[in-house]
Design a protein around this ligand. Structure first.
Ligand code: SAH
Length: 345
C-alpha cells in the first residue's frame, strides 16, 4: 500500500498517524503548521521534529506543484498559472487582484467529464481528480510567487468540484483551518454545473461558503443544448436543491449565466429566467461567453448583455455583469492547459 498524502490530512487524522508511528499527539500540530502555515518544501526543513520522526516521514509523499508557466496581465494584475502535478498532469489557476483582496480561481480536477458544450476544459475529458493537497498547493504556490496573501478562493477552474466531493470537502476544511491559511468560509465560492445529490450533501456540511450554480438557461430545453448534465437533473430539481441549501446555511445562491449570441440572450429568455427566479434568495452573474475555437459559440454583444441585465432588474432580480479581468492574457477558461497539452502531445 502507498503511504498517505499527509498534506491532505486534517489535524485529527495526523494525530491518528502520529499514534500509529508511536509519536506524541502534539507532533500533529507541528507538522500541520509546517505544511499549511510555513509551506515547508521538504521534511528536513521541519527542524523542531526529531530526526527519527523526519526519517519515518521521508517515505511519505510531500505533494508540491511545479510552476510551468505564468502569464501576467499588464493591465490589471491578473495572472494565469500553469502547474505540473507530481504525475505530470498539468492544471491551471488564475490570480485576480481586487480591492477587497487577492482571489484565486482553483481547478478541482485535471480535465472534466461534464461535457458542457461551450467549455474548453472538458474537450479532453477527465484525467483524474485532484487531491485536497493539490488544490491547496495552487493557492500556496501563488502566495509564494506574489508574496501576498490570498484572502478569497473560487473553485471555478477546470473540473466539476462536486464530482470530486470528498477531496473538495477536505480542501475546504483545510483552507479554512485557523492553524493553516485560515480563510473565512464566507470568502470561498464553489461553482457547480448542478449535481443535485451533492448539493444536498454539501448543505449538510454546514459550511458558510457561497454556492454558485452554472445555470446558463431559462428552461430545460436550452439548458440541455448547452449542458449534458441537464439530461440528468431538471432546472426545477436544481432549484429545489438550492432552496434547501439556502434553508440550511442561510447563504444566498449565485446563479451564473453565460450569454451566447442567439442561444440564451433574448428578451424572452430574460423574462423566463426572471419568472423562475422571482423571490429566490439569489444573485445572478452574467458572463459574456468566452469563445472557444472548437465550440462555435459567439459572445452576446455589449448592448445585448446590458439589455438582459436591465430586463432582469426590472423584474426585481439582483444581477451583475462579471467584470472581465486579464483580457490581454485571455483565451477562455482552460485554454492555457489545453494549449500546453497540444504542444506536448
Ligand atoms: N464545473 C463547475 C466549475 C467550473 S466552470 C461549473 O460548471 O460551475 C466555471 C464557470 O465558467 C461555469 O459557470 C462555467 O459554465 C463557465 N464557463 C466555462 N466555459 C466558459 C466559456 N467558454 N465562456 C463562459 N463561461 C464559461
Amino acid at each position: 500500500m502507498t503511504n498517505p498524502d499527509i498534506k491532505s490530512m486534517t489535524k485529527e487524522e495526523l494525530k491518528g498517524l502520529m499514534a500509529e508511528m508511536g509519536e506524541k499527539p502534539f507532533r500533529a500540530g507541528q507538522i500541520f503548521s509546517w505544511l499549511h502555515r510555513h509551506h515547508a518544501g521538504t521534511w528536513d526543513e521541519m527542524t523542531n521534529l526529531s530526526a527519527g520522526l523526519r526519517s519515518k516521514l521521508s517515505d511519505h509523499p510531500l505533494t508540491t506543484l511545479e510552476t510551468v508557466e505564468v502569464q501576467r496581465s499588464k493591465t490589471d494584475g491578473t495572472a494565469k498559472y500553469l502547474f505540473r502535478l507530481p504525475d505530470s498532469n498539468v492544471i491551471e489557476s488564475v490570480l485576480m487582484r481586487y480591492h477587497h483582496g487577492n482571489s484565486v480561481c482553483v481547478s478541482s480536477q485535471a480535465g472534466c467529464r461534464m461535457g458542457c458544450r461551450f467549455c474548453a476544459s472538458t474537450l479532453g475529458g477527465l484525467s483524474r481528480n485532484l487531491q485536497a493537497s493539490e488544490i491547496l498547493e495552487q493557492i500556496y504556490r501563488i502566495q509564494e510567487d506574489t508574496e501576498e496573501r490570498v484572502s478569497h478562493v473560487v473553485v471555478m477552474g477546470t473540473g466539476e468540484p462536486l464530482d470530486n466531493y470528498e477531496n473538495l470537502i477536505r480542501f475546504l476544511r483545510l483552507i479554512t483551518d485557523p492553524d493553516g491559511a485560515g480563510l473565512s468560509q464566507r470568502n470561498i465560492t464553489v461553482s457547480t454545473c448542478g449535481l443535485v445529490p451533492q448539493i444536498y450533501a454539501l448543505a449538510e456540511e454546514k459550511l458558510q461558503i457561497t454556492l454558485a450554480i452554472s445555470l446558463h438557461a431559462p428552461n430545460d430545453e436550452i439548458r440541455k443544448s448547452l449542458m449534458p448534465v441537464a439530461n440528468r437533473f431538471t432546472i426545477d430539481e436544481v432549484l429545489e436543491a438550492c432552496r434547501s441549501y439556502f434553508d440550511t446555511t442561510g447563504r444566498r445562491i449565485t446563479f451564473e449565466y453565460s450569454l451566447a449570441q442567439g442561444v440564451n440572450d433574448s428578451a424572452e429568455n430574460a423574462k423566463e429566467l426572471a419568472a423562475r427566479l422571482k423571490g429566490f434568495p439569489c444573485h445572478v452573474n452574467l458572463i459574456p461567453v468566452n469563445p472557444v475555437a472548437e465550440r462555435g459559440y459567439r459572445r452576446s454583444t455589449r448592448d445585448k448583455v446590458a439589455d438582459f441585465k436591465n430586463k432582469l432588474e426590472k423584474y426585481g432580480i439582483n444581477v451583475t455583469i462579471r467584470r472581465e479581468m486579464g483580457s490581454d492574457i485571455d483565451g477562455a477558461c482552460g485554454q492555457l492547459r489545453k494549449k500546453y497539452a497540444e504542444k506536448v502531445l
